[in-house]
Design a protein around this ligand. Structure first.
Ligand SMILES: [Zn+2]
Length: 288
């Protein structure tokens, strides 16, 4: 099927009551693992690229070329969207030019009027090319500002204002946090999520910080309109743990165990396993 916008896959997910995973990629192994898992599970998938990861992978053009090449050579038949994660205004425009099929413009740190203006502008550029747009209201907490243990909670009225701009999907802070959740985390604010779902006209909602949210909470969030769930930290943790185990067991010192294709294989396999588990949890498996 090749690269597609995230619009159709997310609207279908919203209507049928499941969620599509966004898995962030960092390099060739990561990308191959996520694409292979999606194909094995016959699930639609969104490859997330942060601006930092884009730079690390030698720019957006390199990322587009790598993903396109893999889709072709691996014979990937499921719908794949290549999506900029937490983009700046300039970053979103650059990805639209480079051939991404979906962009997030994160204007949540601007005053709402400025967020609206900039989001509107990105929507105009993206829509001309059939590219989906994610916008954000109410910033999502991070480890560094997780002192109170909760992320910022979005105002449903502001969510409605942004949802009405012609965006494809909306990320709203509902107490979710990037990275690991602190011990005293109070959980997702389901009342606010429900209200946002009801006031934003069936637009697919996005849940960031998918690592460490209990499964029952994930399912409840999907029932209120969450159709895209971002997973990043969890893949990093299992990749690191599997690589550590390989080295600690001294396997890199045995025979040709130092070969990078062998050294990175356990981490690669660990990512595939997590991605497939998430697809089953989000119920996107066999929905491609
Ligand atoms: Zn995020």
């Amino acid at each position: 099927m090749g690269l597609v916008s995230a619009k159709e896959m997310l609207e279908k997910a919203r209507k049928e009551g499941y969620a599509v995973g966004q898995f962030n990629i960092n390099n060739l192994e990561w990308t191959k693992a996520v694409l292979s898992a999606a194909e094995e599970n016959k699930s639609p998938v969104i490859l997330g690229v942060s601006e930092g990861a884009g730079k690390y992978m030698v720019g957006y053009n390199t990322v587009v070329a790598m993903v396109k090449g893999m889709i072709e050579t691996l014979n990937i038949t499921v719908p794949v969207a290549l999506h900029l994660d937490h983009g700046s205004y300039e970053g979103a425009l650059a990805c639209i030019e480079a051939g991404f099929t979906s962009v997030m413009f994160d204007g949540s740190h601007y005053p709402i009027e400025e967020n609206i203006q900039k989001t509107k502008d990105i929507v105009k550029h993206a829509t001309e090319r059939g590219i989906s747009v994610e916008a954000e209201v109410g910033s999502i907490g991070g480890e560094e500002d997780g002192v109170t243990g909760t992320g910022e909670v979005a105002d449903p009225k502001e969510c409605k204002m942004i949802a009405d701009l012609g965006i494809t999907m909306l990320a709203a802070g509902i107490g979710n946090i990037h990275g690991k959740y602190p011990e005293n985390w109070q959980g997702l604010n389901m009342a606010v999520l429900k209200e946002i779902g009801e006031t934003t006209n069936e637009i697919p909602l996005v849940l960031h910080g998918g690592t460490g949210i209990p499964d029952v909470m994930v399912r409840e969030a999907i029932s209120y309109g969450v159709s895209k769930i971002n997973v990043n930290t969890e893949c990093q943790l299992v990749f690191a743990a599997a690589t550590r185990k390989y080295i600690e067991e001294g396997l890199d010192l045995k025979g040709k165990g130092f070969d990078p294709r062998k050294l990175l294989k356990p981490g690669y396999d660990a990512i595939i396993k997590v991605v497939k588990e998430k697809m089953d949890l989000f119920e996107s498996s066999f929905k491609a």
